[in-house]
Design a protein around this ligand. Structure first.
Ligand SMILES: Nc1nc2c(ncn2[C@@H]2O[C@H](COP(=O)(O)OP(=O)(O)OP(=O)(O)O)[C@@H](O)[C@H]2O)c(=O)[nH]1
Ligand SMILES: [Mg+2]
Length: 257
């Protein structure tokens, strides 16, 4: 395990909540307001991929009215992973100590953020988890739950990561965790971006803690989930799993995926 880890325990420092958006015009005001009300000391960065529905413009209005809200305008839709990586880099370059991932659609309730942050005082990475005792999903279609639980179980077994909810996207990272897990060669995009980061954090020896959350199905706007996102997760996780087994057999150790 990582010795430096011990030094990172304790006070959190400055917090940036990154909210990636693509066509979330009906959700963005509400989620930003809820974050600012619940954790007033946290700053918010909306990472918008030039949403055709004008989400970026609404985000600019929010930023104009509140100096703790900023907007990262990106050229076009490049996927969740790319938006988060750009947000993490912006946050680290601007001196933030804690970087939080949160969806715009209300599935990740800002009111639960204080619990994630409290847990981060004793950890390197905190995952909001639907699949630990106390965690649950509200209004989620059965097929989505099966896909999510199945994806987590498959990843856990194949990659050997001791995490119940590997695909979830409500997370709080210490800056040092992101810097230590090799962000620069992360290529995954959709769900698999979350699996990739959790897997890297575990392999790098960071302390990863799951905190139960109540995940609420989006009420407004469209899901960006697609067959391609599931396919990407399946092939990448399988490839990482096979590669690490081959490495084990050949006695090699590999740092990145
Ligand atoms: N910047 C950016 N944000 C994205 C992109 N794809 C999805 N998002 C955002 O990432 C968050 C999660 O996307 P969702 O569409 O809610 O995906 P999901 O939560 O897997 O699907 P649902 O459960 O059906 O809502 C939302 O805030 C989206 O607006 C993208 O390509 N670029
Ligand atoms: Mg969602």
């Amino acid at each position: 395990m990582n010795d430096a880890r011990q030094r990172r325990k304790g006070p959190l420092g400055s917090i940036l909540v990154i909210i990636p958006t693509y066509n979330e015009v009906d959700n963005i005001r509400r989620v930003v307001t809820r974050v600012r009300e619940t954790v007033p000391e946290a700053h918010v960065l909306v990472a918008d991929d030039n949403s055709p529905d004008g989400t970026g413009k609404v985000a600019d209005e929010l930023a104009a009215a509140d100096e703790r809200v900023r907007v990262l305008h990106r050229k076009g839709k490049e996927g969740l992973g790319a938006a988060y990586l750009a947000g993490f880099r912006w946050g680290i370059d601007n001196g933030y100590d804690v970087l939080v991932e949160m969806d715009a659609d209300g599935s990740h309730q800002p009111e639960e953020l204080p619990r994630l942050l409290t847990a981060l005082k004793g950890a390197d990475l905190v995952l909001g988890s639907r699949w630990v005792p106390g965690g649950r999903v509200v209004n989620w279609p059965r097929h989505r739950e099966i896909l999510s639980r199945g994806g987590s179980t498959y990843s856990r077994l194949l990659l050997g990561v001791p995490i119940r909810d590997v695909t979830g996207g409500y997370r709080a990272f210490r800056k040092e965790t992101l810097l230590g897990l090799g962000m620069d060669d992360v290529a995954s995009q959709g769900y698999c971006f979350q699996v990739d980061l959790a897997h890297r954090a575990v392999r790098a020896g960071f302390q990863v803690v799951e905190v139960p959350i109540t995940f609420v199905e989006r009420e407004r706007g469209d899901s960006k989930m697609s067959r391609d996102i599931v396919a990407e997760a399946l092939w990448r996780v399988t490839a990482w799993g096979v590669r690490s087994r081959v490495d084990q057999v050949l006695g090699r150790s590999r740092h990145t995926g």
